[in-house]
Design a protein around this ligand. Structure first.
Ligand SMILES: Cc1cc2nc3c(=O)[nH]c(=O)nc-3n(C[C@H](O)[C@H](O)[C@H](O)COP(=O)(O)O)c2cc1C
Length: 251
């Protein structure tokens, strides 16, 4: 089993130590191989906000760096751990830039076979939720199996520390156990709505955003699946609803 840990802290301290703990829990239970990807060591330039990846397509990004190498690594791993320290109530800037560089995945998702674990380390409890929410976007169609916030407050008592260690162990095991099961993608209600909205909007914005149109116009759904009658009904209903709301100018 191959696990890719993407770490945005430039220090080998709290976030790194938490991942090391997760790795040792995993290696105790299963035969797995870890790869550490430190965002400060890879060539991932800062998003310039040109919108070209969103509109024309990711291949039009003017930045030439390791972006696609990283995405290939994500796709070839059995599980991916996304780990960031909490900086000012959110992920740190390196992780935010990482999310921004792949923001076209929010339009055109592709990680349908991927499983993710999210780890936030923090000085207190505040801001963990916000940071987790930002990282969940990176899963882009894939499944977030477990999430954990690890607090390193010096004021934490032993009871709280034990509770936190227990939770970390529980989430680490949940993640690895899930990876031992065959992965079957089941579209959620949210995925069906997401697809319906983009299918309608991509048609409307064909000229400005040909990449979205190209992606959605040929698809019945994100992935080829035997959709149930209920799922087809939801897709049809929401496409009709968003189409109507779009025509009357509400979306
Ligand atoms: C610039 C900066 C901003 C921070 N902001 C917060 C914050 O808003 N909330 C919080 O609980 N901890 C905050 N912290 C503390 C870190 O999240 C915490 O120490 C983290 O575990 C550091 O991880 P690292 O050792 O892997 O870099 C901040 C730390 C730095 C350096």
């Amino acid at each position: 089993m191959k696990i890719l840990a993407i770490i945005s802290s430039p220090r080998k301290k709290n976030t790194y130590n938490a991942i090391k703990t997760i790795e040792s829990i995993h290696k105790k239970n299963y035969d797995c191989e870890y790869e550490y990807l430190f965002l400060h060591k890879v060539d991932l330039k800062c998003c310039m906000g040109c919108h070209l990846c969103l509109t024309k397509g990711e291949e039009f990004c003017p930045l030439k760096d390791d972006r696609d190498i990283i995405i290939n690594k994500i796709e070839s791993a059995d599980g991916v751990i996304l780990a960031s320290p909490n900086h000012t109530m959110n992920v740190n800037w390196r992780m935010k830039n990482f999310i921004d560089r792949y923001s076209y995945l929010m339009h055109r998702p592709r990680f349908f076979n991927q499983r993710f674990m999210i780890l936030i380390t923090s000085g207190s409890y505040r801001g963990i939720k916000e940071a987790m929410k930002a990282l969940e976007l990176m899963a882009s169609g894939g499944k977030v199996i477990s999430k954990i916030g690890v607090t390193n407050s010096p004021g934490m008592n032993d009871k709280k520390r034990r509770k936190q260690s227990k939770k970390l162990k529980k989430e680490a095991i949940k993640f690895i156990n899930n990876m031992n099961k065959p992965f079957v993608y089941k579209p959620s209600f949210g995925d069906l709505i997401w697809f319906s909205i983009f299918k309608v909007l991509s048609k409307e914005t064909e000229k400005e955003s040909p990449a979205d149109y190209e992606y959605y116009s040929k698809k019945e759904f994100f992935v080829k699946l035997d959709l149930s009658i209920g799922q087809r009904f939801i897709l049809k209903m929401f496409k009709a609803l968003f189409g109507f709301l779009n025509r009357i100018g509400l979306v």
